[in-house]
Write a protein that binds this ligand. Structure first.
Ligand code: FES
Length: 102
C-alpha cells in the first residue's frame, strides 16, 4: 500500500528549481516547473549522482556529475527514450508538497 509523506513546503522549491530530499529512506529529487511539482528518484541511474542538485532548465534536469539529462515530468532520458528513470506521484495540499511512496 502506498504511503503519502510530506516532503516540503511549496515555498521551499521555487519555480524553476529543484531540491534533493529524503523520505521513507529514499532520496527524492523534487522539481518545480512553472508551479507544477514533479519528483524523480533522486539517484541518477548512470552512476548515482544527485539529480536533485542538478540544474533545471524548463522541464529538463542535468545531472551535476556527468551531464545526463532527463525530462522531470516523465523521467525520460533526453537522448535515449528507452531509458525512463523512476518518477513518484506528487500532490500539493494546503501549501505542503506530498510524495506517494510505493
Ligand atoms: S551520475 Fe548522473 S550523469 Fe553520471
Amino acid at each position: 500500500m502506498a504511503e503519502r509523506i510530506r516532503i516540503a513546503a511549496v515555498t521551499d522549491v521555487p519555480p524553476g528549481s529543484g531540491k534533493e530530499l529524503t523520505a521513507g529512506g529514499r532520496v527524492i529529487a523534487l522539481f518545480n516547473v512553472d508551479g507544477e511539482f514533479h519528483a524523480l528518484d533522486g539517484v541518477c541511474p548512470h552512476a548515482g549522482g544527485p539529480l536533485g542538485e542538478g540544474g533545471l532548465s524548463g522541464n529538463i534536469v542535468t545531472c551535476p556529475w556527468h551531464g545526463w539529462q532527463f525530462d522531470v515530468t516523465t523521467g525520460t532520458h533526453c537522448l535515449n527514450a528507452n531509458l525512463v528513470h523512476a518518477s513518484l506521484p506528487i500532490s500539493v495540499d494546503g501549501g505542503e508538497v506530498y510524495v506517494e511512496l510505493p
